[in-house]
Design a protein around this ligand. Structure first.
Ligand code: SPD
Length: 279
């Protein structure tokens, strides 16, 4: 049978991957960081026993986090990414020629160093001169920074468990909004509505208290619990379905999943989600 690595979700359900070998394992000052090589999902980044991303399905997550906001924001010159230490999110952001500067705030340098070494197919844009990676605390940054405002803010955090839980706090979202230009767009991963309905609904309420337009959208990510995942598009102006065709044209050829039809489709919510959100 060989060796298996399990992520246990709620004490009752787990997803197991058959492991070929462990490539990296370290206890950083913040968390346990591992990279395992698996039979079915290729190399997988694991943080505190939670599967973060895999070579097999990372595009489904990263393209969906990035492209609905980058194709709809009025300006995309300055982009802020919080988290995303594997490099998949900044890779997608830097596909746009209109992006002049992408600041990535990641608290844990161990995640970036391990990803650069063991997940080179995910982080293909580390050497892009527009990228500015800072190993500092994102909470502190959005609360106190006097950097110029950003056109787009993307939150690529972990699950709301352990140290990652603060990335789901109202105070953190307020800070992110403080860093956003008035017409800017923020997008974030917002958990699985099936597995974490409470977190999902609570997150929507927190965001609705801050932004005039809050639109969750959904798609598959097989590596994550239940395989059903959500992201949320937020802004005070603008509309999530009004994508700029020239921007889409620039990235669609390299995209493995994103296209205009999918952009429209992911915002269509199933009834159980609409009812939970009283839409
Ligand atoms: N259940 C795990 C959710 C992790 C979301 N973020 C992943 C980071 C990939 N860049």
């Amino acid at each position: 049978m060989g060796l298996w690595y399990d992520e246990t979700f709620d004490g009752h359900t787990r997803l197991g991957l058959r492991v070929k070998q462990t490539l990296f394992s370290d206890e950083s000052p913040y968390q346990k960081v591992e990279v395992i090589d698996t039979v079915a999902f290729g190399r997988v980044l694991v943080i505190d026993n939670i599967f973060m991303t895999s070579e097999y399905d990372e595009f489904l997550y990263h393209e969906m986090l990035v492209h609905p906001s980058l194709t709809t924001a009025p300006e995309i010159e300055r982009v802020l990414v919080i988290g995303g230490g594997d490099g998949g999110t900044v890779r997608e952001v830097l596909r746009y020629s209109d992006v002049k500067e992408c600041v990535m705030i990641e608290i844990d340098q161990t995640v970036v160093d391990a990803s650069k070494k063991f997940l080179p197919s995910i982080g293909t844009a580390w050497d892009d001169p527009r990228l500015d990676v800072r190993f500092i605390d994102g909470i502190d940054y959005v609360k106190h920074s006097d950097d110029p405002k950003y056109d787009v803010v993307l939150l690529d955090g972990t699950d709301p468990i352990g140290p990652g839980a603060v990335l789901f706090d109202q105070a953190f979202y307020q800070g992110c909004k403080r860093m956003l230009a008035p017409d800017g767009v923020m997008a974030l991963q917002s958990a699985s509505p099936l597995l974490m309905m409470d977190v999902f609904v609570e997150t929507q309420h927190k965001l609705r208290s801050l932004f005039a337009e809050v639109h969750p959208y959904m798609g598959p990510v097989p590596l994550y619990g239940t395989g059903t995942w959500s992201w949320t598009w937020c802004s005070d102006t603008g509309e999530p379905l009004r994508a700029i065709p020239e921007r889409q044209a620039e990235i669609v050829e390299a995209a493995k999943a994103y296209n205009d039809e999918l952009h429209r489709a992911v915002f269509a919510l199933p009834n159980y989600v609409k009812r939970a959100l009283k839409l």
